[in-house]
Design a protein around this ligand. Structure first.
Ligand SMILES: *Cc1c(COP(=O)(O)O)cnc(C)c1O
Length: 460
């Protein structure tokens, strides 16, 4: 049985932290989101997938790949038939693999309902939470968001039985488009527009979680550090490899990285038996990780820089704690290193480089002119990182770079750089015509608590 421990378990004697020494089930890790000591949950054993099972996925559907991988973690907590139903419901969209050169490919993870790769994780997590919720009870998901994560999470939970989602966002800090996306999800998902800043939204959520008088509402979070969001992100690496390998060769994967959750999925995939020769993790100008690999000293970027690839504007990646743990180190959520990991082994497995906004734009142009492929800023960071890696190591015959959002989400940049209008996928069409209103509340906890008491349900 796989159990989940906290990345902070060894931090005895550190002020402000009471290390959690226990181990919990997948279900508890999923519903709690993070460990009681604010560490991140890690599986205490990593299952191996036999190589022949991996290549047997060739020509099979994405659903089959998702079954094979997730079952190895979940088989003693969920019935295989139920898991299959959940997975089929989560992934009704394609995962295109585009060949670019003889040896390089782009995997497009942008075909879900909100057109970013976050749909993969959010949709499976939502359905697993629906399955694992207390019987007869209702779960209330509270999320504070400043942008894209909120709509991915909201869409993912839409129609999931037994769960209501409440998304708080700062009224003046989201774009008109994003506001429309959040306000109109409908059904069991309600947007709450707060007269305040993102920090105010986060504080309201934190206070509600900590309020014993609201415990009957069974709050849970759906944040990016939930292990339930990491597990689904292991799957597409296996899927891509099985479809693309020719001669059982190894693979180089490039993952444009912000909070490192996506790249962590690849790190686990390698430990499970996928022959990943190198994990390339390019960042934007927030270069704390490539600098760490170069110098051996970790220093977060504070404050973080605002770059074109805005979903990667992260100065201290939340999942770095998991990478450190896997390589024998410990870093806490403030960015303080308590024990350094084995950096030589990290360097052997991982390559990282910082890509400036200038290079990102140039790459969008070059990729279009040279190969006719359209990339948006995040995918361009990934592709440029792969190119730089290959400039120094040209003997890899199978490489995949991830496109993590749909170019139509960045029309201004694409028009300006390529002078074309990216085709808008069905999922993004018609948003402007959708109807729905946010609840409007001040940034005041007493008012927020009254709202929760009056409007939230605790029973199925
Ligand atoms: C969130 C996001 C990323 C970064 O992924 P991490 O898992 O945080 O490293 C990259 N691209 C897009 C489009 C994203 O939304």
């Amino acid at each position: 049985m796989i159990r989940y421990y906290s990345t902070n378990r060894n931090l005895d004697g550190v002020t402000g932290i009471t290390p959690f020494k226990g181990r919990v089930s997948f279900r508890d890790a999923l519903l709690q989101g993070q460990a009681p000591d604010e560490g991140l949950y890690m599986p205490d054993r990593i299952p191996r997938i036999p190589y022949d099972d991996i290549i047997a996925l060739k020509g099979r559907s994405y659903t089959e790949a998702a079954m094979l991988i997730t079952q190895t973690f979940l088989n003693d907590e969920i019935d295989a038939g139920i898991l299959r139903t959940i997975i089929e419901d989560a992934y009704p969209f394609p995962v295109p693999l585009e060949q670019v050169t003889d040896s390089t490919h782009i995997m497009r993870l942008d075909q879900g309902p909100t057109a970013s790769f976050k749909d993969f994780a959010a949709r499976l997590m939502a359905r697993l939470m629906g399955h694992f919720r207390p019987s007869g009870g209702r779960l209330n998901v509270l999320v504070a968001t400043s942008g894209d994560t909120g709509s991915a999470v909201g869409e993912a939970f839409k129609g999931v039985e037994g769960i209501d989602v409440h998304i708080l966002y700062p009224r003046e800090e989201v774009s008109g488009r994003q506001k429309k996306q959040l306000d109109t999800i409908d059904g069991n998902v309600q947007a709450i527009s707060i007269d305040g800043k993102f920090d105010d939204c986060q504080n309201l959520v934190k206070q509600a979680f900590a309020d014993p008088s609201l415990a009957y509402l069974s709050f849970t979070s759906a944040n990016s550090i939930n292990f339930g969001r990491i597990l689904p992100q292991m799957v597409y690496y296996f899927y891509a490899y099985a479809q693309l390998h020719r001669d059982r060769e190894g693979i180089v994967v490039s993952v444009p990285s912000g909070n490192f959750g996506n790249a962590l999925g690849c790190e686990y995939a390698r430990r499970m038996g996928l022959p990943v020769e190198k994990l390339v993790m390019p960042t934007n100008e927030n270069d704390e990780f490539p600098r760490f690999l170069e110098t051996g000293t970790y220093e977060k970027c504070s404050p973080s820089l605002a770059c074109l690839s805005n979903a990667m504007n992260v100065g201290h990646p939340s999942n770095l704690a998991r990478f450190f743990d896997l390589y024998g180190g410990t870093v806490d959520r403030t960015g303080l290193v308590h024990r350094y990991p084995d950096i030589e082994t990290i360097r052997k497995n991982i390559f990282s480089v910082s890509i400036s906004d200038e290079e990102t734009k140039q790459c969008i142009k070059d990729a279009y002119e040279q190969y006719g492929i359209i990339l948006e800023p995040h995918g361009a960071v990934g592709w440029r990182g792969l190119e730089i890696f290959l400039e120094h190591h040209d003997d890899y015959s199978l490489c995949v770079s991830l496109e993590t959002a749909h170019p139509a989400k960045f029309p201004d940049e694409i028009i300006q750089l390529l002078d074309i209008m990216p085709e808008v996928p069905d999922s993004l069409r018609g948003i402007d015509d959708r109807k729905g209103e946010a609840v409007q509340l001040p940034a005041d906890y007493t008012v927020f608590r009254e709202y929760l008491r009056d409007n939230l349900k605790s029973k199925a």
